[in-house]
Design a protein. Sequence first.
Length: 101
Amino acid sequence: MTIRIIPNDKGNPPGKLADGELQFTSGPLEGLKLIGFAIWERRGRGRNVTFPARQYSVNGERRSFALLRPIVDIHAQERIRDLILDAFTQLEAETASAKVR
């Protein structure tokens, strides 16, 4: 699996730093990608990753249904969240070093 980061150069919506996608490079999902991840800057509290979700309405109230969920281990989402944040940090470092050259 490869993580691709697409920077949000437009700055809209505010706080959104980038989109992320998982690209599968082997196994039964080879050639497919899972989109819908987003990296956000939280005011004074670091960064957060949101996962793909589907919105729906119940009695006029908007709700969200997570498309990527843990089977048993609730920490599984933390692992992928950390990998996505690491990929974003690496992209930032590469971009900063390219600007210095």
